[in-house]
Write a protein that binds this ligand. Structure first.
Ligand code: F6R
Length: 610
């Protein structure tokens, strides 16, 4: 999605803005622009396409200016083009503004302004905000912005500058993230943490309709009525190196390799005296004991985590679990019970649909706990409790390490709740804790499959269709494996509950169609083998992911063309390790196809619009 930066300080503005926008490139964009002042006049530079085009345009511009705003745009209203890219200005070119989000009532405001004689130049919703702020401008930029947002419906993060107030940036947000960083003698704002880390780790998170006024040497916050607010600084413990590739060719492969560390960081701080501590979930023992139901809500890969969560929480903690995709949950008027839990899962903590689902649940008076990666994100702040995954900063659009730490969190929650509820024996609990402790090491071992996976990728990268099948937990893993492949390689991929295939989809299997069968669950393996035979009989090329201990189950039959063997572990834990070769398969196939692995087409790292 779009990215925003803004800066005031001693440094020359253009390299700061371009550098900040580069840190947000991973979010996906199709044009970029900056605004800065020179001799009392606002200068705007914009280019369609990659940031490199804008950067080239900046070469040779020797501005002494040290305040400005920048933007990477991901087109919603109006095609990607120079005129539609941000910053947008009022007619006189005295006010410039960048915007993330969507102004829903822009047509109405546009008509109103046009009647007053305002001329528009772009097709964007954003341009109305620049003219509207100008309409309300009488020498006080903050007041003009406050008046403008009263009329605006929709989601926004705005950063605004004016040539009339050359030492000020005003910014405001609603349903779109905005963070302000405070460093020694300089302040920077951005829509996402990576753009700030070079300057500071001390940040303020803006809440909806809070306005920040950044001047040289001061940062002040106000509510929409002009009342000054006191805000707490949050210290971000992410490192600037996490936003760099560190010798890897892509962020995605770096993040795949970071998984043993991420699993360790998520698990170890919560293992206290041999017991899993889930106190961050804010549930006391009585609440856990009496839970009648849990509803897990998320989008995309995080919703696949929810499916695994359902299997294991129901199995070990004996609590009924319902899984909902956030975009469905928010509109389907779900029946929630007053003493149940709604759990939302999100890497970014800024996914618009998941935020809406969280608010829907809270409006119904239900307790909401979040499993979330980004500290201080909207979801982390608005949920009643936040259980942080410690994946670190995730840059590649396709999630890997955040996904795996979310999965691990489901297991920690399931076993900790089961322990409280007495639905497993002490021995079973201790055995599970032992297995969880071993996962980082197993994740390390499974990375050794890299060469085999590269070979498979080379053999199969020209495929047009791939099917992932499995039962139970293996089906949940198949869903994630399929999404991973299709979102970055653009190969059509589908996940099927193996037993469901013959109810229609098997018609698509023909000679050499790739079927990846996942078979890691002892009680289901025989059934999955039957399904493998069915596709093999129709000519499929079958790759089977299983554990070493189950290889013997496949003897005396030659339906599998190649095995991917993951180390032995408790069957229940297999998705956490099994997903890693699936991520590698998607990565290497995409590499062979020559596509941009980290920034797949049409996708953005966090989906902050509905
Ligand atoms: C896929 C992927 C997406 C996200 C989804 C939710 O690789 O990354 O499907 O899982 O957009 O995002 P978060 O977790 O940020 O809410």
């Amino acid at each position: 999605m779009c990215g925003i930066v803004g800066y005031i300080g001693p440094r020359k503005i253009l390299p700061v803005l371009i550098g900040g926008l580069k840190k947000l490139e991973y979010r996906g964009y199709d044009s970029a622009g900056v605004a800065y002042l020179e001799n009392g006049k606002l200068n705007i530079l914009k280019e369609e396409g990659k940031l490199a085009a804008l950067e080239e345009k900046c070469i040779g511009i020797e501005t002494e200016n040290t305040i400005g705003i920048g933007h990477t745009r991901w087109a919603t209203h109006g095609a990607p083009s120079r005129v539609n890219s941000h910053p947008h200005t009022n007619e006189a070119g005295t006010i410039a503004l960048v915007h993330n989000g969507i102004i829903e009532n822009y047509a109405k405001i546009k008509e109103w302004l046009e009647k007053k004689g305002v001329k528009f130049v772009s097709e964007t919703d954003t341009e109305v905000a620049a003219h509207l702020i100008n309409h309300f401008y009488f020498g006080d930029l903050r007041a003009a912005v406050a008046n403008a947002i009263e009329m605006i419906e929709g989601s926004y993060a705005f950063a605004v500058v004016s040539s009339e107030e050359p030492d000020t940036i005003v910014a405001v947000r609603k349903d779109s993230p905005l963070i302000v960083g405070k460093a020694d003698g300089e302040s920077i704002l951005a829509s996402d943490i990576p753009a700030l880390l070079e300057y500071t780790r001390d940040v303020y998170f803006l809440n909806d309709n809070e306005i920040v006024e950044m001047k040289r040497g001061s940062i002040n916050f106000y509510d929409e009525y002009g009342t000054k607010l006191r805000k707490e600084i949050t210290r971000i413990d992410w490192d600037v190196s996490q936003a760099e590739k560190g010798g890897y060719e892509h962020f995605m492969i770096k993040e795949i390799y970071e998984q043993p560390r991420a699993l360790q960081d998520t698990f170890s701080p919560r293992l206290i005296d041999g017991k899993i501590d889930i106190s961050e979930m804010g549930m006391d023992e009585d609440f856990i004991r009496n839970l009648p139901k849990i509803t897990i809500v998320a989008c995309g890969s995080a919703s696949h985590v929810a499916h695994v969560g359902k299997y294991i929480i129901e199995r070990v903690a004996k609590i009924p679990v319902e899984v909902d995709i956030a975009s469905e949950f928010r509109y389907r008027k779900p029946l929630l019970l007053p003493d149940q839990l709604v759990m939302v899962i999100s890497q970014s903590g800024e996914t618009a649909d998941t935020i809406a689902a969280l608010r829907e649940a809270k409006d119904n008076g239900v307790k909401v706990a979040a499993v979330v990666n980004v500290i201080g994100s909207t979801i982390a702040r608005e949920a009643d409790a936040a259980f942080y995954t410690h994946a670190g900063m995730e840059i590649a659009v396709a999630t890997t390490k955040a996904y795996d730490t979310q999965l691990l969190s489901m297991y920690m929650l399931a076993y900790a709740m089961a322990h409280v509820r007495g639905t497993i024996t002490e021995e079973e609990y201790n055995e599970a804790v032992r297995e969880l402790t071993l996962l980082p090491e197993k994740a390390e071992n499974v990375l050794e499959l890299c060469e085999q996976i590269q070979h498979i990728a080379y053999e199969r990268f020209m495929d047009e269709d791939t099917f992932f099948i499995g039962r139970g937990l293996d089906y949940a893993l198949a869903m994630e494996a399929s999404l991973k492949l299709k979102e970055i390689s653009y190969i059509h991929a589908e996940a099927y509950a193996a037993g469901e295939l013959k109810h229609g989809t098997i018609a698509l299997i023909e000679k050499n169609t790739l079927v990846v069968a996942i078979a890691t669950q002892k009680d289901l393996i025989e059934k999955t083998i039957s399904n493998i035979k069915e596709v093999k009989a129709r000519g499929a090329h079958v790759i089977c992911l299983t554990m070493e201990k189950y290889l013997s189950e496949f003897k005396d039959q030659d339906s599998v063309d190649e095995f991917i063997l993951i180390p032995d572990m408790m069957d229940m834990m297999a998705p956490i390790i099994g997903v890693i070769p699936m991520q590698m398969l998607a990565y290497y196939i995409t590499l062979d196809k020559g596509f941009d692995v980290d920034k797949p087409r049409n996708l953005a790292k966090s989906v902050t619009v509905e």
